[in-house]
Design a protein around this ligand. Sequence first.
Ligand SMILES: [Cu+2]
Length: 397
Amino acid sequence: MYHHTHLHTTSTSHTLESFDSPPSSVVVSDGLGPGLVVDLTSLNVKQGQTRSIVGMRKMQNYTPSEPPLEYSGEGGIPEPPYPSYPLLDSTLFLANAELNPSLTTSTNRVRMVNAGAGDTLIVRVDGDHLVVGRDGVLFPGHPRKDPGGKYVLEPGSRLDLFIFSPNATFYSDCGSGIDLNWLGAKTDVNCWSGGRFSPSHGSGYPLFTVSTSMTQASLISSLSLLKSSPLSKYTNPSYYHPSQSLLSLPPLNTSTFTYYTSPTKLSSPPSLVPSSLYGFNGVPYDGKAHPETTVCLGEVYEWEVVNPTSVGHPFHMHTNHFQIAGVTCGSPQGEECDTKQSYEVGDWRDTVMVPSPGSLRIRFRPLEFEGDSFAHCHIFGHEDRGMAVKVKIVDGC
Ligand SMILES: [Cu+2]
C-alpha cells in the first residue's frame, strides 16, 4: 500500500464523495491558530454532472464498483436552476458544497482547499487580507499580497490567509491582471471556455463571503502583528520538516521527470470514450511499480519536472513537501516566468502547476517516513490514466 489516502485510480470517486459530506479538511495546528476551512469543489453545470465523473468514464480498464458514473444532483449538489453567472457552460465551484454561501467565523484566518478533480481556480479576494502560506506551510519570509488580490489555486492546493475587513468576498476570476499563459493553453482552468482562455469574464462570479465577529480593534492589531515580523517566528505543522533552505546545497542527486501524453487515442474497451494515456518519461504508471524511483532518507534531491505538452499539469508529491528551486516557461531552457500568484523560488509546496510548455525544478529531503510514496499530476483524469510515479523511500542507502 502506498503512502496514499486512497487507492490509485479511485481519486475521482473520492472527490465525488466530498459533495455529500462536510469538509473534512482541517487547519493543522500551527503558531497562527485555528481558522475557517473552505472546501472548493467543481461542478460541470451544463451537463448536470461533475467533470470528474466524465473523466472516470474515459478511464481505461476501469471497472466501476460502488461509485455512480452519472451524478444525478442528489446529495450536496445544489439543484438547478443555477444563478446566471458567466461560464455556466463550463465549471462552477461550490464552497463547502454550497453555491456562494455566507460563512461566519470567530477568527479571521481562512484556509481554502481546491478539492476539485482537475480544474484550476483563480481566486480574487475582495477585502483587506494577507496571504501567509500555501499547501499548509507558512511562507519562508513575510506575508504576501497580490496587488489585484488574485491567486492561482491548483487542484489539490491550499491557500492560507487572514482577512482584516469585517466581510470579505471571494470570487472566481479570470479577468485581466494575471499572466494566464504559464497555466497552459488547454489546462482545465476555470476560465477555460470555448476552446481558449476567455479573459473577458471580468470580475467572475462569487464563491463565498466570510464575515468575522472580531472587533475592528482586534482586526487592526492582527494586521499589525502579521506585518511586523517574518512568519518564521511561527511554528509550522509537524509534517513540515525542513528548517532551512535546501537551495544553497550542492544538488547531489538529480533526476528528470517528463510529462508524457500518448500521441494516439486509445479506445479499448470499446464502450469507453477514446482517450490518451498519460505518464512520465514515456511510461504510463502501471498501478504497481513502474515507473518507480528510489530516494533515501536524509538525502537531498533535485528533480526537474519537464512539461513539453500543451496542457499545464499540476505536480503533486506525497509525504514530503518540496522547495521551488526554479521555473521556466516556453521550453525547458526557456525564460523565467511570472508564477508569483501561485509560487516563488524558495517556497515550500506540495502541489504546483508546471508551466506549459516549461519546467519546474524542485528540491526535497525525505525525512522520517520510510515506505512507498507517490508523485503525480493532480488533474485526476490524468493521474488515473497513468501520469504518476511511485516513489520508494528507503533507509540506509
Ligand atoms: Cu495532468
